[in-house]
Design a protein around this ligand. Structure first.
Ligand SMILES: Cc1cc2nc3c(=O)[nH]c(=O)nc-3n(C[C@H](O)[C@H](O)[C@H](O)COP(=O)(O)OP(=O)(O)OC[C@H]3O[C@@H](n4cnc5c(N)ncnc54)[C@H](O)[C@@H]3O)c2cc1C
Length: 413
């Protein structure tokens, strides 16, 4: 079903989502209180990005003015800002901040490599079972704990959290409260504007210990250090349930999947390396790559860009309306610069239903792309903008992976 493209801006996007996609969302559609979708907003954020003091302040949580986090992640997630572009952007930053920031960009790349190679198996415990606390909590994220309440409010209103708070919430959920990490990962994924299976699952696996064998413990100590006001204003200040370290932090080791050790087909994992010259009737946009620099958009400037809101997928995921509004704002912004067509339905059916038999697309290193592409059979698949081209080597840890990559990224000119 074709949908008319809304005017740019959050109000029109909210109205669009309420009218056309509201039944697929888990809440009443609203715009994020903190982020605007679209290349225009992404470019403005990049222009203003100065990472001076990032290394010292990245983990600060409260008050928000003290935070050193760059808040680029929603645009990175949807390919509006590429990792190579950010790597270059911080070239003149103070050495310590530049190194730390580039290290975090490399973490994002590492997550993409792991997901590209493992696919849905990233949802299984990779190297250990998480700790089992002596008692399960009825509610893993009790709202009467101010450190939970404030962060859950930010997650639900803005669709974003400081990395430190993601670690608190995920550790609290599984290591302390004994809840299944996959359910917590879904609770994040529902709301995070940057929510990706790659970074979200890797983040959870890392925190709860299933990814490394060592769990991250959460206690009042971190809150006092990074956000002291939260404890001062908490009704449980004198009876804090996380006053001490979690009673059990031991994990149970597992044999890691063979694919973590090596990749029998790194070329398939990484996708094509050169752009084909084939003619196409349309560019099929995926949620992984919605930027003006999307290689397929650049290669085919004269054909419409087509985006399908994947109804079966969205019905299953039941995302927050904020995520759909962010996507809609992004597409409406793109439509101010070139023709865009929007559809709701099954991706292969909507694309073929328009008589678009020759589509161009940018490779995306996620299982959903492979699944759809097998049916769509694009006429031209363009290369993904890797920071480091995937290789066959070890992925067991970030450090092992980084050692197998060149010092200077492949994707930076
Ligand atoms: C439990 C958990 C879940 C997470 N879920 C996601 C997710 O769904 N999507 C996502 O992009 N990141 C996720 N992260 C990683 C990280 O928390 C976010 O990327 C970061 O908080 C985004 O804010 P920022 O742009 O201000 O980051 P900054 O600190 O300014 O870093 C700049 C960029 O580096 C990358 N980056 C930073 N830290 C990490 C990291 N630990 N892992 C991977 N990439 C990183 C991101 O692309 C980020 O935008 C998760 C971390 C944890 C512990």
């Amino acid at each position: 079903m074709q949908l008319s493209v809304p005017e740019p801006g959050p109000d029109a996007a909210v109205a669009f989502v309420a009218e056309h996609l509201g039944d697929l969302a888990c809440d009443t559609p609203a715009a994020s209180g903190a982020f605007r979708g679209g290349q225009t907003a992404a470019d403005a954020a990049l222009d203003a990005l100065d990472v001076t003091n990032y290394a010292r302040r990245r983990n600060d949580v409260w008050p928000p003015e003290r935070r050193g986090a760059s808040k680029m992640s929603p645009w990175i997630r949807h390919g509006l800002l590429s990792l190579p572009a950010l790597w270059e952007h911080v070239a003149d930053a103070p050495q310590r901040d530049r190194t730390k920031y580039r290290d975090e960009l490399a973490w994002q790349e590492y997550a993409r490599h792991v997901y590209a190679r493992l696919g849905p198996a990233l949802g299984d415990d990779l190297r250990a079972r998480p700790p089992q606390p002596p008692e399960q909590w009825d509610d893993p994220w009790p709202r009467d704990m101010n450190c939970m309440d404030v962060n859950l409010t930010e997650l639900h209103d803005d669709g974003w959290l400081v990395n430190q708070c993601r670690m608190w919430l995920s550790s609290q959920w599984t290591v302390r409260a004994g809840a299944r990490w996959r359910d917590g990962d879904d609770a994040f994924f529902t709301h995070l504007l940057d929510g990706s299976r790659a970074a979200n699952r890797l983040g959870w696996q890392w925190t709860v210990g299933s990814g490394t064998g060592k769990a991250y413990g959460f206690s009042r100590h971190q809150v006092e250090k990074r956000a002291p006001k939260l404890c001062a204003n908490c009704v449980l200040n004198a009876a804090c349930p996380v006053q001490d370290w979690p009673p059990e932090q031991r994990t149970t080791r597992l044999d890691p999947p063979e694919l973590l050790r090596s990749d029998p087909d790194p070329d398939a994992t990484g996708g094509p390396t050169v752009s084909p010259e084939n003619e196409v009737d349309a560019v099929w946009l995926t949620a992984e790559s919605l930027g003006d620099d999307d290689p397929a958009l650049v290669a085919h400037p004269d054909v419409p860009a087509v985006f399908v809101f994947d109804e079966p997928l969205l019905r299953r995921l039941r995302l927050s309306g904020k995520r759909l509004v962010f996507l809609t704002e992004t597409l409406a912004d793109l439509a101010t610069r070139r023709p865009v067509e929007l559809y709701r339905g099954s991706v292969p059916e909507e694309l073929s239903g328009q008589g678009r038999h020759r589509v161009g697309v940018t490779f995306a290193p996620v299982p959903g792309f492979r699944r759809h592409a097998a049916r769509v059979e694009p006429a031209a698949v363009h290369p993904w903008a890797w920071l480091f081209r995937p290789r066959a080597g070890r992925l067991q840890s970030y450090t092992a992976w980084r050692k197998g990559m060149p010092q200077r990224p492949d994707g930076v000119g």
